[in-house]
Design a protein around this ligand. Structure first.
Ligand SMILES: Nc1ncnc2c1ncn2[C@@H]1O[C@H](COP(=O)(O)OP(=O)(O)O)[C@@H](O)[C@H]1O
Ligand SMILES: [Mg+2]
Length: 289
C-alpha cells in the first residue's frame, strides 16, 4: 500500500485482491464509448457528452435521483473512476462515479472511506460562498455505493499549471479551502478551470485526516495573512462545524476527523495566516500535475 500523496503513475494497480470490480470486464461499452477511455479531460470534452451549467441544487437532485449510464473508465484514474451520464426528467449531464469498491487501499486513510471524504469536501465547499467543488453526492450505483460528481467542462485554453506557477490570486480560496479540509493531494491536475476563469477543485478523496498533512502545489501564500473575506469564511466554517456542517460531516467522517477539523479551523483562525509546509512531511503531491 502507498501513501495518498505517493502515487507513482507507473506503479500499476494493487495486486492484492481487494474485491474491487474490474469495470472493463463487465462494462457494456460500444465502440464509441471505448473512446471514453482517455487519460485527458479535453479529449472527454470531444465525446459530445452533455455538460450543461447547472445550479447546485438542480445538479444535486439530478446526481442523487437520476439514472446513471456509464460510458467509460477514466484511464488515468487510480481509483477506477468511471465517466457517466446522469438523467432525470429530461435533464442530462456528464458525471464521474467513483465506487467505494474501486478505491485503492492507502496506508494513511482507512479503507472504503474516500468517496465519503469527497462528499464531505463538497459539503464544506458548499458552506462557503466560493463554489470550489462540483456538486457531489453519495449514492448507490452499478458497482455499489460511491460518489457521483458533476463533470465540469474545462476551458481548453486555460492552463492550471500556469495559474499555479504564476501564483494567480484566483487560487487563494482553494488554498484556504485545502488548509481547512487538510487536503493531501492538491495537484495542478486537480484544478479545473472553466470558461470565464472560475476554478473548481476535484479529487478530494484524501482529505480530513486527523493528522496535519497538507500536501499541495498552492504554497504561494504560505505565512501570509488571510484577507478579511478569507478569515470571515474560516469563521463561518468554524461556526458551521458546531451546527449544520458539523452534523453533515458527522455522517460522512469519523468523529475524530470532525473534531480535528474543528481544531484545525481554530488554529488557522488564531494564526491568521496561510499555513507553512511542515518540514517533517512531504509538502508536495506527486506527481505535482
Ligand atoms: N468533476 C470533474 N469535472 C471535470 N474533470 C474532472 C472531474 N473529476 C475529475 N476530473 C478529471 O479527471 C481526472 C481523474 O479524476 P480524479 O478525481 O483525479 O481521479 P483519481 O481518484 O483516480 O485520481 C482528474 O485529474 C481531472 O482531470
Ligand atoms: Mg486524481
Amino acid at each position: 500500500m502507498r501513501e495518498a500523496g505517493d502515487r507513482p503513475d507507473d506503479a500499476g494497480p494493487e495486486t492484492e485482491d481487494d474485491g474491487a470490480p474490474d469495470p472493463d470486464a463487465e462494462l457494456d461499452v460500444d465502440d464509441e464509448a471505448d473512446e471514453a477511455e482517455v487519460d485527458e479531460r479535453h479529449a472527454i470534452d470531444e465525446l459530445g457528452l452533455p455538460m450543461p451549467v447547472l445550479a447546485v441544487e438542480t445538479a444535486l437532485a439530478l446526481l442523487a435521483h437520476g439514472t446513471v449510464e456509464l460510458v467509460g473508465l477514466l484511464s488515468a484514474s487510480t481509483n477506477n473512476a468511471l465517466l457517466g451520464v446522469a438523467r432525470l426528467d429530461g435533464l442530462e449531464a456528464a458525471c464521474i462515479y467513483k465506487p467505494v469498491a474501486g478505491e485503492r487501499p492507502l496506508v494513511d486513510f482507512p479503507d472504503g472511506t474516500l468517496a465519503r471524504r469527497e462528499v464531505a469536501a463538497f459539503e464544506t465547499s458548499r458552506a462557503t460562498p466560493w463554489n470550489l467543488v462540483p456538486p457531489t453526492v453519495l449514492r448507490d450505483g452499478e458497482y455499489g455505493e460511491g460518489m457521483v460528481q458533476l463533470w465540469i467542462r474545462a476551458d481548453p485554453a486555460a492552463d492550471p499549471v500556469a495559474l499555479v506557477v504564476g501564483e494567480d490570486p484566483v487560487l487563494r480560496p482553494m488554498a484556504v479551502f485545502d488548509a481547512a479540509v487538510n487536503n493531501t493531494d492538491r495537484k495542478a491536475g486537480h484544478l479545473v478551470v472553466v470558461n470565464g476563469g472560475h476554478v473548481y477543485g476535484v479529487d478530494h478523496g484524501v482529505t480530513f485526516s486527523p493528522v496535519p498533512k497538507l500536501r499541495t502545489v498552492l504554497w504561494a501564500w504560505r505565512g501570509q495573512p488571510f484577507a478579511d473575506e478569507e478569515l470571515a469564511v474560516l469563521h463561518e466554517l468554524r461556526a458551521g462545524l458546531d451546527a449544520a456542517l458539523g452534523e453533515t460531516l458527522g455522517g460522512l467522517l469519523d468523529r475524530i476527523e470532525v473534531t480535528a477539523t474543528r481544531r484545525r479551523l481554530d488554529r488557522l483562525i488564531e494564526a491568521g495566516v496561510f499555513p507553512q509546509p511542515d518540514p517533517r512531511r512531504p509538502a508536495l503531491p506527486w506527481p505535482p500535475v
